[in-house]
Structures are given as structure tokens and as C-alpha cells.
Design a protein around this ligand. Structure first.
Ligand code: SF4
Length: 349
């Protein structure tokens, strides 16, 4: 892998002012009601020949329900793959909107529902298609590589879609062919990819509201208390945080690291929803949330995505009954977005 200095450009986008929702209040239902809701959801899934796919960042009870009903808990790419391969007429996506869209693009014949269509992502919101398309038009000499956390329209404008698990390999492959890259939307992940591959990368200026909040000094302080801890960092985090990592990787790669590394304590810089799967795969290991803005932290500065937190049991049950939270992607758009997605799925290195 090339690790030469990068030819990194940076562009301030016309990112819209974003309304970040407050975390939804915890659902107040009795244990009996909760159990009844879970049983109802199981029955509704079965009656409607539906499969539930959940992201690692959703709440533990949603992930547990996906597992208990034969669905899957995974990263966005595996969620879409699972939905496409499932012998089901309906895919219920517990995650955020771009994940529902990706599932629909890969499974156009299936009905795709979400607990709420309001669950979105700051990276998706921060990369509106008109401004992004103009940015691409301004740089026709560059290969357009977009992260999975984008709308179907942005994917349709791209040459490649990548997830964090294969971003390095794809960009290195393109750079080896002397291609210059236009990267969107996450500037931290883009800068990390550029630095690791030595590729010539022009960045869109987006960020994840969760990962951007991790603080290097907080991690250093925590290491004073737990000097033996390994630091695991998702590359959507700022470079000062990435620099402290023992392992930098995608959600799946970080889960594997907890299981495989010979360590008992981990400081984890990604959404705390991932602790469910980490604890399941490596029981007994100590998992510590990497510090964000510290005391007084708001929704903008904690280790849990406010949009992922919208996925809860009552909305899931309601969505299965009303079926009014359906993901629809126009056919021509889906066909164009499928091409760069398919390129990623076919990519082998
Ligand atoms: S954690 Fe960040 S990247 Fe993931 S859905 Fe939430 S805002 Fe988007």
C-alpha cells in the first residue's frame, strides 16, 4: 500500500444548516407491554413474509429482535446484501434512510419498510444532490467515489460507491490507475483514505455528527486510567483521534478486533450501539465509550446517533401494521444508482 504524502485538496461545500433532532425520549412501556409488542412484531413479520435487518448502531432490543426472527444485524452493505438474498417479500430496515434506499435499489421487487422515514444521517443531509452535482461538473477529470451514507440521487451521480470496509482498497486501486478522486461526503474518512493510499483526493465537506465529537484529549485521559486498553476508532472520526488508534476500521472490523485481539479492555470511538454485538462476540471484555464533549454533552456530542435512536419497538410495530413508512426509489434513479453499487459488490482485490 502506498503511504506517500497526499495531494489533498479540500472544498467547503454549501452544506445546509442541519436540524439535528433531540434523542427521542425513552419509550415508557411496562415490561409486559414490551413483551406483547415484541410478540406482535414477530407475528407481523411472519404473517407478511418479512425479514428484519438491523444496523449495529440501533438499540440492543432491536438488534436482538432481528436475530431472534432470523433476520440480520450488520453494517449497511451486509444489511442490503442480506435483504436482497432473503427469501422474503418484504424487508424491514431498522437503521437510517440511505440504508433503506440501498436495500430497495438492490431488491426492487421487494417492499422495503422502515420504522420511520425520518431516520436519516448528517452525511446524507450534508450532501444535497444539486450542489454535489455542480461540484462534480466542476471537476470532470476526477473519478467520483461516494460513501454509502448518501442519497440514491448522489449514488446515481457517482462512479463508485464504497463502504468504510473497502474504501482503502477501491481508492488505492483507482490511484494505481492514475485516476484522481473526488470524494464525498465524509471529510474525515476521505482524508484518512487519501493519507493511507497517497491518492489525489478532492474532498466534499461533510461529517458525521457522532464521530466528529470524539475528543483526542478525552481518550488520552482515559488511557491514563486504563493504560492497557486498546483504542478502536472508526475513520469517520477526526485525525487526532485516529492517530491514537490501535485499530482503525469499519464497524465489522472493529467488532472483529474486540474478538481477536489479546486484550481485555477497549476504548471504542464509534456509536455505542455496537457494544451489543461486541459483547456478544467477546463476552467478558470491558468496553468503554470514547469520550465526546464530556459533561453537559448534548445530542450533538454523545456516542449515539439521534437518527438511529428513532428505531424503537412501538414504531416498528406500527410501521408493520400501517405500512406507511415505505421506501420508494424511482425506477430510473434506482437503475443509475445500482451501477456504482454493483461495481462495489463486484470489486475483488
Ligand atoms: S452515526 Fe453518523 S454516519 Fe451513522 S447514521 Fe448517524 S449521523 Fe450518519
Amino acid at each position: 500500500m502506498m503511504r506517500s504524502s497526499t495531494n489533498l485538496s479540500h472544498r467547503r461545500s454549501s452544506t445546509p444548516i442541519m436540524n439535528i433532532p433531540a434523542h427521542p425520549a425513552e419509550v415508557q412501556i411496562s415490561p409486559e407491554q414490551r413483551q406483547t409488542t415484541i410478540e406482535n412484531i414477530k407475528q407481523l413479520l411472519q404473517d407478511q413474509n418479512a425479514t428484519l435487518v438491523a444496523h449495529y448502531y440501533t438499540d440492543p432490543e432491536i438488534q436482538a429482535l432481528a436475530e431472534a426472527t432470523g433476520g440480520c444485524v450488520a453494517d449497511s452493505l451486509e444489511m442490503a446484501r442480506f435483504g436482497a438474498n432473503a427469501d422474503a417479500e418484504m424487508v424491514v430496515v431498522a437503521g437510517v434512510r440511505f440504508m433503506g434506499e440501498t436495500a430497495k435499489i438492490l431488491s426492487p421487487e421487494k417492499k422495503v419498510l422502515m420504522p420511520t422515514l425520518e431516520a436519516t444521517c448528517s452525511l446524507d443531509l450534508g450532501c444535497p444532490i444539486d450542489a454535489f452535482s455542480a461540484f462534480c461538473d466542476d471537476h470532470p477529470d476526477r473519478t467520483v467515489v461516494v460513501y454509502a451514507n448518501t442519497s440514491a440521487a448522489v449514488k446515481a451521480r457517482a462512479d463508485w460507491v464504497v463502504t468504510s470496509s473497502i474504501a482503502l482498497d477501491v481508492v488505492e486501486h483507482l490511484s494505481d490507475q492514475d485516476q484522481k478522486i473526488l470524494w464525498a461526503p465524509d471529510r474525515y474518512l476521505g482524508a484518512y483514505v487519501a493519507e493511507q493510499t497517497g491518492a489525489d483526493v478532492l474532498l466534499w465537506d461533510g461529517a458525521c455528527v457522532v464521530h466528529e465529537e470524539f475528543k483526542a484529549q478525552g481518550i488520552r485521559d482515559l488511557k491514563q486510567v486504563y493504560p492497557e486498553a486498546k483504542v478502536l476508532v472508526h475513520p469517520e472520526s477526526p485525525s487526532a483521534v485516529v492517530a491514537l488508534a490501535d485499530v482503525v476500521g469499519s464497524t465489522s472490523q472493529l467488532i472483529n478486533a474486540v474478538e481477536l485481539l489479546d486484550a481485555e479492555t477497549f476504548i471504542v470511538a464509534t456509536d455505542r450501539g455496537i457494544f451489543y454485538k461486541m459483547a456478544q462476540r467477546a463476552p467478558g471484555k470491558r468496553l468503554l465509550e470514547a469520550p465526546t464533549a464530556g459533561s453537559g454533552a448534548t445530542c450533538k456530542s454523545c456516542a449515539h446517533c439521534p437518527w438511529m435512536a428513532m428505531n424503537n419497538l412501538p414504531l416498528l410495530e406500527k410501521g408493520l401494521i400501517t405500512q406507511d413508512q415505505e421506501i420508494l426509489v424511482p425506477k430510473d434513479l434506482a437503475e443509475r444508482a445500482l451501477k456504482p453499487l454493483q461495481r462495489m459488490l463486484n470489486f475483488n482485490r
